[in-house]
Design a protein around this ligand. Sequence first.
Ligand SMILES: Cc1ncc(C[n+]2csc(CCOP(=O)(O)OP(=O)(O)O)c2C)c(N)n1
Length: 556
Amino acid sequence: MKQSGAEIVIEALERQGVRIITGIPGGSNLPIYNALYKSRIRHILARHEQGAGFIAQGMARSTGRAAVCLATSGPGVTNLITAIADAKLDSVPLVAITGQVPTSMIGTDAFQEVDTFGMTMNITKHNYLVKDAGELPYIIADAFRIAETGRPGPVLIDVPKDVQLQEIELKSRPDIMASCVRKQMDGRRIEDILRAINNAKRPLIYAGGGIISAGAEAVFSGLAKKNSIPVVLTLMGLGAISPDDPLYLGMLGMHGAPCTNYILDETDLLLALGVRFDDRAVGKVNEFCPQASIVHIDIDASEIDKIKRSNVSLTADVKEALESIVPLIEENRREEWMRRIDKIRKEHPLPPTQSDDPLNPLNLIRNIALIAGRDAIITTDVGQHQMWVAQAYPFHQPRTLLTSGGLGTMGFGLPAAIGAALAHPERQVICISGDGSIQMNIQEMATLADLDLKVAVIIMNNQHLGLVRQQQELFFNGNYIASKFDSKLDFAAIGRQFGIRGINLEKAIDPGKSIELMLKGRGPCIIDAPIHYSEKVFPMVPPGAANREMIIEAGR
Ligand SMILES: Cc1ncc(C[n+]2csc(CCOP(=O)(O)OP(=O)(O)O)c2C)c(N)n1
């Protein structure tokens, strides 16, 4: 039986077990949409391709499985690019399938032609320009394997329209995930790591998103417990260990828990697990952990020694590596180090919340956490609200915080929340956003209204680009330019116009109760929470400074 390239694309996605895809049709990908018409795969019509990319990311980040988005050539692709770059920096498995002008017209500046392959080469883990429909089943199977295995990441498949329309008879189809070969771990390195841990007096674990990608949370907290090693997490690592674990010290870095940045100065062995020494985490690199030997375990060989030279390194799946290490590691109570840690913790707590105002940002976030429960999935946008969430929201499980860590993309939160809710319709999903960020993909409120998902969007509305204003106040002599919005938007009313329940907490007598009632209601809701514009995120390490030079609070 002859099939078109477009039908082969959809059949290959079905064979991968894909149930939902999201995107926007256009001239160059209409044959794929036509094939989708007859498929049991559900399609979610986004309102902007960046929204589609982040909806797919929300599915992928909350499940760990590759999710699929579609875009047409030209502007469809350029709109999608931010979401692809975002997936690359945060190691999110994504398969983007884009339409392209017919092969004979490539390079002619045809209508809606851009060089998708060239433009996405540096922001994907791998990309393809398909020349023949017969390649499609193999390319799609490979794309999923590449996106999901090793260090996850985005893969793009650009399919010219004539290839979508090409009719062929497929002789064979590839096995799904057949070629996933495990790398052998270097046993001598494991011995070196064991020796380093056993000899250390003041070890510290610095762990990140790699722990969550590998599903290594249990063995990782087992290591910390057995050998009494305190833990600091990156933004991407939040949820990898319970915030109630006595060994957990908090997030490190630019807006981290102050004690972490002092303890990093004292450690003699840093165990860097599934991390990439990002500048927001380590601050001034040559002043990061000045007394420590470094053991670095990461699945991506290119991360080893990229930013900070390690004394022992292991390129491996961090879960497999820890499963080899933990049974062999000595039990150790490290009483002296624990006493020292306790002292530093007590001397340098997070800046206390000055008020009992329920609309104080940290109070608001703690309250949301109490109402939402441990199973809720939280997405954020980028700005002060994102850092307040990272500081104050207790993430007890992996994949409950979805945030744009590497690219720091405003506009991520709402579509990512839609994706998370599509993948987990039974769970409460909450997008905590800022009034600046929400406006970057506000059109996806229409998608949310279509889908009627259990998503609450809480907008911390300070009528400013708050984090920009904060930097202008602290580092640019209060020269406030381009950080204030002159029009005061009523997001609850905007939500209602999209067909979503909305409430403004400005006049709420008990904001906590109002939030609870909104979350209990059916379907999505928008909550506009007024925040004073002068609120700041502390501590803050000035850009380029060492972590210990953090500003703890205004004037200090
Ligand atoms: C797409 C994009 N453009 C610009 C920035 C730079 N930026 C970082 S934070 C921020 C302000 C965010 O404002 P808002 O969403 O209102 O959050 P707030 O800081 O007030 O909580 C800006 C403009 C960015 N991160 N992403």
